[in-house]
Write a protein of this length. Structure first.
Length: 440
């Protein structure tokens, strides 16, 4: 609530009457609320903010000194953790020199306002992004992707205003299309969602976005965000589509979903709250046709679960992101499958019988949904997990091995795209990375 109040521009010390969460669980006794009604009256009639209206100006730089670089680094990290600016892992201190270096990757001016991060409402600028990226161990060439991701995150269509604070452990997924993926060594192949010392961009960008969620948005576990489990809270998910292995006729995700020109650099952001590896390949001597069909059934089976995650984006968002390796996409295309036919198959075969919905208590969630389209879908039997096949996101990414696909379960009211804006000097940055990190 403190975050929400500050995010509305009200005084951070606004009067509140707080109660334990258990008081508002089903079947609880709420009589203690009435017993404390005088506190409500006093808060409405007698409260005055302790904060003055004057402008304190820019805060001074923090100075950390020690006899050695190692000790100064440790003290800086202790300071950041003590002030709840860190994520629990070691951070690069965002010195002015390091932030200025990161800003070498900015196309817009450092002071450009990108929006206010919910729920606390921290004003976020290009410089804010550079500070977070500096802390996360990033490089200047990563900044254009982070800025575009932040713009998409702050778009009301993304649902971040509620998902930042909700209990469902949602995390942003950023899909990058276009040449910038290869230019900044963003992984699209083996291990593209995990740690990779050869391609560190995804971890740095995702971690910087998470630091912004916390430091600008106030999403501290148990305080600003009620996420039960905080899935992938350190690095989120940032990867590139493997456009080099897209079958002929398959458009890149950014072009297909958002209408960006093929060959241009862009990002697409959606929220997920789960990740599942799916055994896609058969075990024996299935024909290619049998193997493809069995794999499609297994993928649809994982989606056909009445836990209501996809309800958040039932109408215009996504039930999830299906990742398939390029070698699988090539095989599927050779058998006549397209992205459209795959979506249609998944939509039809992930439907849930009404009786299964009833046993899981799912109809109650559908009946109270804010979307009229979602509420009316309850009349359908079997029930489709999303309003349209087009809502499924299918992305070609992952190492060149046919056994597995990956399902990022959606919790996403919208899928938001943004073009990536590059500075005029951008071409110099990958060359500097080649010098610092070795051959890509």
């Amino acid at each position: 609530m403190t975050n929400a109040v500050a995010g509305l521009g009200l005084a951070p010390d606004a009067a509140m009457v707080t109660f334990p969460m258990e008081l508002f669980l089903p079947g609880s006794d709420i009589s203690p609320v009435e017993a404390r009604k005088q506190e409500f009256y006093d808060g409405l009639t007698r409260w005055r903010s302790a904060f003055g209206g004057g402008d304190a100006g820019e805060a001074p730089m923090i100075r950390v000194e020690s006899a050695s670089v190692e000790e100064a680094f440790a003290r800086a990290n202790h300071l950041m953790l003590a002030n709840r600016w860190g994520d629990g892992l070691p951070l690069w201190p965002p010195t002015r020199a390091r932030v200025d270096w990161i800003l070498g990757g900015a196309a817009p001016p450092r002071g450009r306002k990108l929006g206010t991060f919910p729920p606390r409402g921290g004003v976020t600028t290009v410089e804010s992004c550079a500070i977070a990226l500096a802390m996360a161990g990033g490089r200047p060439e990563y900044l254009p992707v982070l800025v575009a991701a932040v713009e998409a995150f702050l778009d009301p269509e993304s649902g971040s205003e509620t998902l930042q604070a909700a209990s469902g452990s949602a995390f942003p997924v950023v899909i990058v299309n276009g040449p910038i993926g290869a230019q900044i060594r963003l992984n699209a192949g083996f291990g593209c969602l995990g740690p990779d010392p050869q391609r560190p961009a995804g971890a740095s960008i995702g971690r910087a976005l998470r630091l912004l969620q916390q430091n600008q948005g106030g999403a501290l576990p148990g305080i600003g965000t009620m996420a039960n489990y905080g899935g992938l809270r350190y690095t989120n998910v940032v990867f590139a589509e493997d456009e080099a292995n897209l079958p002929a006729g398959w458009a890149p995700h950014g072009a297909e979903r958002h209408g960006f020109a093929p060959g241009s650099s862009s990002i697409s952001l959606a929220f997920a709250n789960g990740a599942t590896n799916i055994r896609r390949r058969g075990a024996k001597k299935e024909t290619p046709e049998e193997d493809a069909l069995q794999g499609m059934h297994r993928m649809a089976d994982f989606m056909r679960v009445p836990n209501m995650a996809g309800l958040a984006g039932y109408e215009r968002g996504t039930p999830g992101i299906l990742m398939i390796p390029g070698v699988v996409a090539q095989t599927m295309a050779g058998l006549g499958w397209t992205k459209a036919s795959m979506r249609q198959f998944l939509w039809e075969h992930s439907r849930i019988p009404a009786e299964e919905l009833r046993l899981a208590g799912a109809p109650a969630w559908i009946e109270i949904d804010t979307s009229k389209v979602a509420r009316e879908s309850l009349a359908l039997d079997p029930w489709p997990i999303t309003a349209s096949p087009d809502n499924f996101v299918i992305v070609v990414a992952g190492g060149g091995h046919p056994t597995n696909s990956y399902w990022l379960q959606g919790y996403s009211p919208g899928v938001v795209g943004r073009p990536i804006e590059l500075p005029s000097s951008f071409e110099d940055l990958p060359a500097a990375a080649e010098r610092d990190l070795g051959p890509g």
